[in-house]
Ligand binder design. Structure first.
Ligand code: GLG
Length: 764
């Protein structure tokens, strides 16, 4: 960092030079563009981490968030730029508003990839992320008639060319029926006081945004034009599913071509590829890189068996979920159409497995000719990891047990992490400054030092924590009012659940709590203090029940707001278009972090870590990384409830869960579910959608909301009571912040490197 500091001291930060005129004479847009160029040059001057062996982290998602502030922080320029702008009467915060957030991810999987690149850069590891440049990203969410609407998230607007450098590389990808050419765009990923990593995104030259007609609909048969328009195009029909296979092969073929060419350039003879490349397959979307690499190696004269061994030594696979829907499985006929050249390779790999193992569960191609991508990943890579201790244990002992028996040495755990640069220093600068004042700034490079905060616990420190939280809540209140016109009361308890909308994450459980609380207030049972329940979530466009949950939340929000008594005690807010930018506002303001997935289903969660680091207390099930949080902070500093993963797994195995009996036997469950179809709710919303949700809960409830309902109510009540004892509450918050160091993604990446990649850090 020292070099950047001296450099800028000598020359000023150079904003005016980049803008070509004095700061005071510039429009905000001119200043913004000047800063983009300035950051680009500063990053380029740092250079990228180099080394003989390089990591290629291949992922369908990179949820990188806005880049300006984060880059300024990592480059050591933030304070000077802020001060220089302020001296001219200008505000950096206003300029940040001009940036559009890249829409290149959906949830934790993509955000994890972004945190990992930050940590790779910071630790000096030669590393590239490889993915796709989706023109319109996931989608932009808005609410209309209390329902989610989707429109294209056209983030690639002006300014983007400063971040995204068009590389000179052009490659051809051959599909079964036609060829496309691709262009590569590079984004520098600055490390904290270090050189950069790179995010390398491929786009297809024939992409045509005019294809998009109504909302996010487009003719999915126009593959060459539609390939990179959206992340996760609707896969509710075969056309959409095939388009995803096209996207995946496009990503994998581009990645494989790039990797081989680069490694050869660095001196590899390809037989020694594992000395030059580590490929991390992030979930199953990039799985086709395995047969594609084998194909290209064979094409270059290497025998099949040797190529297979080389690829195994290069590739490693991360599993992020045990939900069957996410373990992709494609009909062989789809692959035959998209990439016939890899089908014989997959068949041969499958035949190899069959020779050595008869167990049907581990076959790559099943009896219906479906190709199980995760199975191919496990057989053809040298490492399979889960993302939290409990998740890895469930993979090893239950979900992937037959594989574990085959390859015990390949399984390992890498508990997820988050970058503290974005999730504390950038989003909660007051907290970061308080930590600096209290224990020094060593924690910025070694997060475990946060533990030393505990040695300084006294009334003054706890008071400062409380004051910072209060100001963050006020800032959030200002933001959400500007963002969507919602007025929230910073005096109230901020009870937050923000994450993808999915039944397993059980936003519906929180919804039922809110209904119960509302009915309680109507019956005269007032809470101790007003509670503001804040949701942030997008539902996949084709996921009907998830959209029904959003609809019910929005209807309830309207009903409660219209009630002159209840609205003094309860407010339900759903953030429109929840994304990284919203999360950066929300998380520092949260009091309660809702992590209430059905035990065994949330592989890790990373939001839970961000909330903890920002001094919110967790209300959670013993699932994913919550288990590790509980272990670190101790039972007195977390609020847990619900059935254990063992109990849940046993329930599924017995297959005897009957939600209707809970509905009939538990008056509060019945009242909450019935309320979905009450006169007030029906007046606010769509009876068909509300009825479908009520019916789903009573008759299916696949993620077992009801068995945990009473325990959830009781624990939340206990937590809300605890929130009224300010000193004790803040002391618990301090423990959470102090113990968050384990969840730095620097730790996670150091473990990946030690156990899987074996890269040499770039020392200078
Ligand atoms: C998954 C899981 C999360 C996990 C994340 C990153 O559902 O539990 O934290 O990956 O490993 N699709 C996801 O977001």
């Amino acid at each position: 960092m020292a070099d950047a500091v001296t450099q800028t001291r000598d020359a000023g930060t150079g904003i005016a030079r980049y803008a070509g005129k004095p700061i005071a004479n510039c429009t905000n847009l001119e200043l913004f563009n000047a800063l983009l160029r300035m950051v680009r040059d500063a990053a380029q001057a740092r250079g990228t981490n180099q080394g003989k062996k390089r990591l290629y982290y291949v992922s369908a998602e990179f949820l990188i968030g806005k880049l300006l502030s984060n880059n300024l922080i990592n480059l050591g320029l933030y304070e000077q730029v802020r001060a220089e702008l302020a001296a001219a009467g200008r505000s950096l915060a206003e300029l940040e508003e001009l940036e559009s957030e890249p829409s290149l991810g959906n949830g934790g999987l993509g955000r994890l990839a972004a945190c990992f690149l930050d940590s790779c850069a910071t630790l000096g590891l030669p590393a590239d992320g490889i993915g796709l440049a989706y023109h319109c990203g996931l989608f932009r969410q808005s609410f209309l008639g209390n329902k989610q609407c989707e429109t294209p998230d056209g983030w690639l607007t002006w300014g983007q060319e400063s971040w995204m450098r068009r590389a000179s590389l052009h490659q051809t990808v051959s599909f079964g029926d036609f060829d496309v050419t691709s262009t590569l765009y590079d984004i520098d990923v600055t490390g904290y006081g270090s050189k950069c990593a790179r995010l390398r995104l491929f786009d297809v030259d024939s992409a045509d945004e005019r294809l998009i007609k109504d909302g996010i609909a487009f003719d999915k048969r126009r593959v060459a034009q539609g390939l990179t328009l959206f992340l996760y195009p609707d896969d509710s029909d075969d056309e959409g599913r095939i388009l995803r296979v096209y996207q995946e092969y496009f990503m994998c073929s581009n990645a494989a071509q790039l990797i081989l060419a680069e490694c050869e350039e660095r001196g590899s003879n390809l037989r020694d590829l594992a000395d030059y490349a580590a490929v991390q397959i992030n979930d199953t979307h990039p799985s086709m890189i395995i047969p594609e690499l084998i194909r290209l190696l064979v094409q270059r004269g290497i025998a099949f068996d040797e190529a297979r061994g080389i690829v195994r030594d290069v590739c490693a696979y991360t599993n992020h979920t045990i939900l069957a829907e996410a373990l992709e499985c494609w009909p062989k006929s789809f692959l035959q159409r998209v990439a016939p050249q890899i089908v014989p390779i997959i068949e041969r790999l499958d035949a190899d497995v069959r020779k050595s193992c008869k167990e049907p569960f581990v076959q790559i191609v099943d009896e219906h000719d479906n190709v199980h991508m995760a199975n191919m990943d496990i057989h053809l890579s040298h490492s399979t990891n889960g993302v939290a201790a409990l998740h890895t244990k469930i993979l090893e002992d239950v979900e992937l047990a037959p594989f574990r028996r085959l390859y015990p040495e390949r399984f390992n755990n890498k508990t997820n992490g988050i970058t503290f640069r974005r999730w504390c220093i950038a989003c909660n600068p007051e907290l970061a400054a308080l930590v600096d004042r209290t224990i020094g700034d060593g924690w910025r490079h070694d997060a475990t030092q946060l533990e030393r905060l505990l040695e300084h616990e006294d009334d003054a420190l706890l008071g400062e924590l409380a004051a910072i939280k209060r100001r963050n809540k006020e800032r959030f209140a200002t933001w959400i009012e500007r963002h969507q016109g919602a007025k929230v009361d910073p005096e109230s308890v901020f009870d937050v659940q923000s994450k993808r909308l999915h039944e397993y994450k059980r936003q519906q459980l929180n919804l039922l709590w809110a209904i119960d609380a509302y009915l309680g207030i109507k019956a005269g049972k007032l809470p101790r203090r007003k509670v503001t329940v804040i949701f942030g979530a997008k539902a996949a466009p084709a996921y009907t029940i998830a959209k029904d949950v959003i609809h019910a939340i929005l209807c309830l929000s309207q009903v409660v707001a219209a009630d002159p008594v209840a609205n003094k005690w309860l407010q339900i807010v759903m953030i429109e278009n929840y994304n990284v930018t919203a999360a950066e506002r929300l998380i520092p303001a949260a009091d309660i972090s809702e992590q209430i997935s059905l035990a065994s289903k949330e592989a890790s969660g990373t939001g839970n870590m961000k909330f903890m680091l920002n001094g919110a207390l967790t209300l959670g099930t013993m699932d994913g990384a919550n288990v590790e949080i509980a272990g670190l902070v101790g039972a007195g500093n977390i609020f847990t409830f619900g059935e254990s993963s063992d109990e849940v797994i046993a329930r599924y195995q017995r297959g005897d869960y009957d939600p209707m009996s809970y509905y009939q036997d538990d008056e509060r469950i019945k009242a909450a579910v019935d309320f979905l179809l009450s006169h007030d709710m029906l007046a606010a919303g769509d009876g068909h959608s509300l009825d479908r949700l009520a019916h789903e809960l009573m008759c299916k409830d696949w993620f077992m909301t009801f068995p945990d309902f009473d325990a959830y109510l009781a624990e939340k009540d206990r937590m809300l009571e605890a929130a009224e004892d300010e000193a004790t509450w803040q002391s618990k918050c301090l423990v959470n912040i102090a113990k968050a160091g384990f969840f730095s993604s620097d730790r996670t990446i150091a473990e990946y490197n030690r156990d899987i990649w074996h890269l040499t850090p770039d020392a200078d």
